[in-house]
Design a protein around this ligand. Structure first.
Ligand code: SF4
Ligand code: MG
Length: 333
């Protein structure tokens, strides 16, 4: 089956203006040549340190910001060609971390949720909103006429989910959507999201810094570093083998990782390099303990691991095709 979303060579550089004339003096390479696809009905988790380009990728996908280069193909139609931004926005909804900022403080919960149904010109928008409120666990009789500030963070996030569903989206992008919630509330909202995905036949892109949360909800995980994809794989596969040294460091920093299973990877040294002037070759080479001369001069390409066509990584350690492969040298399989 054709993927719901295909992203090819997506690029977004943000200009930095300086001096009294406000001229562009440099660019932040927020997203630099990102490619991936999302299958219908799956959840793709995106992880990486803050500033790696996760949120920028999400905002590009829903058309909140405009790409410099690359292709976004939604259900077989290219954005900017056969697909307009308006059409895309009808099919894609986003839920953000800040549940309060996403809601209009002057609208009642019912009006917030009904808004989507009204925009679409659906009949009986209020009835629809009430049933969606009930579905996300907010008793409409109790909550319909309340305002966002009268709700808890978890309740507000349920409102945001109901509001997104009212638009009948096909893809929902969740950017740190549960990160501000208490652990117990987080688990409830994750379960709700899992059920809704099945019921409504939704596809999710789930962005989070929390690997355990991403593991719980995702079918596949994509790892970003400094604006690039360094690894993408099914959850079980990446949980068994982190092929990229960066992924390995990220996983080994997880507090709840079983100590027996933890490979002895020292935590990441230093901060990520400046995205205005990223390192040459492999962008991770300044922090990678396996780096060799080739890593500084040549950028590794995303390719499948031997015998695992679904498990891709961009690292010379695994790049047999380039002739630089050092698989088995130092990095345990
Ligand atoms: Fe490390 Fe080289 Fe692989 Fe980059 S390409 S992650 S520097 S071994
Ligand atoms: Mg972010």
């Amino acid at each position: 089956a054709q993927p719901l979303v295909i992203v090819r060579d997506l690029q977004k550089h943000f200009p930095i203006r300086g001096g009294i004339l406000g001229r562009t003096t440099a660019h932040v390479q927020a997203v630099d040549g990102v490619s991936f696809s999302v299958r219908k009905g799956e959840t793709l988790g995106i992880v990486g340190e803050s500033g790696c380009g996760k949120s920028t990728t999400a905002r590009l996908l829903i058309g909140l910001i405009e790409k410099d280069k690359g292709e976004i193909i939604f259900d077989g139609q290219a954005l900017g060609e056969s697909l307009s931004l308006r059409d895309l926005r009808r099919d894609v909804q986003m839920v953000f971390q800040d549940s309060y900022a996403s809601l209009n403080p002057r609208l009642t919960i019912l009006d917030s949720v009904a808004f989507g149904a009204r925009v679409q010109g659906l009949d009986e928008p209020e009835d629809r909103a009430r049933s969606l409120m009930a579905r996300v666990g907010l008793d409409p009789d109790r909550f319909a006429h309340r305002y966002p500030h009268e709700l808890s963070g978890g309740q507000r996030q349920r409102v945001n989910i109901a509001r997104a569903l009212a638009m009948s989206p096909r893809l929902v992008v969740l950017d740190e959507a549960v990160s501000a919630l208490d652990k117990s509330v987080e688990a409830q909202v994750l379960n709700l999201l899992t059920d809704l995905r099945r019921e409504y036949g939704l596809t999710y892109i789930f962005i989070s810094h929390d690997l355990n949360v991403v593991r719980y909800i995702s079918d596949r995980i994509l790892v970003m570093y400094l604006g690039e994809v360094v690894e993408v794989a099914p959850v079980d596969s990446i949980w068994q083998q982190q092929a990229h040294p960066y992924t390995r460091s990220l996983f080994s920093a997880m507090p709840s990782m079983d100590p027996d299973n933890r490979t002895k990877v020292p935590p990441l040294a230093g901060d990520p390099p400046n995205p205005i002037n990223p390192p040459s070759g492999c962008r991770f080479h300044t922090r990678c303990r396996y780096a060799e001369a080739v890593c500084k001069s040549a950028a590794p390409r995303l390719g499948a691991l031997p015998g695992a066509p679904d498990h891709l990584t961009a690292c010379h350690l695994h790049d047999a095709a380039s002739g630089h492969s050092r698989a088995g040298m130092g990095i345990p399989a």
